[in-house]
Write a protein that binds this ligand. Structure first.
Ligand SMILES: Cc1cc2nc3c(=O)[nH]c(=O)nc-3n(C[C@H](O)[C@H](O)[C@H](O)COP(=O)(O)O)c2cc1C
Ligand code: SF4
Ligand code: SF4
Length: 251
């Protein structure tokens, strides 16, 4: 494909970004990214372009804040690949929700994927998507590129139920800050919800979604969730979700 391909994603801990970008790059064409993790953006795509959407599953749904940011992104019969990334539990209705949403906004979903990524909490599928996952994503993209080349813009059947299950909210583990903090301000600047005060420590719990981006991005390991209530939950959850799930592709 010679036309522009844009990976559009919301991805606090980067797993959804990796899958969507791997697929977008393997489609061929001129590669672009639109990162909606920390802010929304108005964007419009035409019928001679392609888009790859990527977002995490939160409670079996798309995160509501991502849905709001996506409202500004429009297509005009623009072919797209939709992907959701989930932490090895289940993607429930999130992929169907994304399919419905982008269709209503002028895109044509020609393929879909439910990808496994390291869970935000505990130690579940650590390191995923790994090289094998990203190779699978690329092989999938090559098949979709052939489908598009053949002029086949059909939308595949995507698992999920309507009405969608309740979900799409953040969690309620609010990160703490230890004495290692060097006041670099990175967590404040990179919080998707602007939930950290200018003192680099105060968490506005009405805005925090417990995405753990601040914990993953802190350069000195000062942001943490090392408290008994979280540690007990994380250990139980890790044990419960230890059997690896496979990526699923639809086209
Ligand atoms: C609030 C919240 C809810 C989540 N709900 C689910 C879920 O329902 N099913 C699941 O398998 N993973 C769930 N996860 C895990 C994420 O979907 C998973 O870690 C994903 O890879 C994160 O994407 P990101 O790295 O792009 O931010 C949840 C994570 C958070 C923070
Ligand atoms: S403060 Fe909350 S919303 Fe902001 S990055 Fe940290 S966990 Fe995510
Ligand atoms: S990113 Fe870490 S070191 Fe930097 S201000 Fe935040 S908690 Fe402190």
């Amino acid at each position: 494909m010679g036309y522009p391909v844009t990976a559009i994603y919301f991805s606090p801990t980067d797993t959804s970004r990796k899958g969507a970008c791997a697929i977008a790059k393997a489609l061929g064409g001129t590669y672009n990214e639109l990162d909606l993790t920390c802010q929304g953006a108005k964007a419009q795509y035409g019928s001679s372009e392609a888009v790859v959407f990527g977002a995490p599953v939160y409670g079996g749904r798309l995160f509501k804040g991502f849905v709001e940011r996506l409202a500004e992104v429009r297509g005009e019969k623009t072919p797209c690949i939709i992907t959701v990334t989930y932490g090895n539990r289940d993607f429930d209705d999130a992929l169907l929700e994304l399919c419905d949403l982008v269709t209503a906004q002028g895109f044509i979903p020609v393929a879909a994927a439910a990808l496994v990524g390291q869970h935000t909490y505990g130690s579940i599928q650590v390191g995923r998507p790994n090289k094998e996952d990203l190779d699978e994503d690329a092989a999938f993209a090559e098949k979709v590129a052939k489908k598009l080349k053949n002029g086949d813009y059909s939308t595949p059947s995507v698992p999920g139920n309507r009405p969608y299950k309740e979900g799409g909210n953040g969690g309620s583990f609010f990160p703490l800050t230890n004495d290692a903090c060097i006041d670099c301000g990175r967590c404040v600047a990179e919080c998707p919800m602007r939930a950290i005060g200018q003192d680099n420590r105060t968490i506005h719990t009405d805005r925090c979604i417990a995405c753990f981006r601040c914990i993953r991005r802190c350069p000195v390991g000062a942001k943490h969730m090392d408290v008994p209530a979280y540690n007990e939950f994380a250990a139980m959850f890790t044990e419960r979700l230890k059997a690896p799930r496979a990526n699923a592709y639809f086209f």
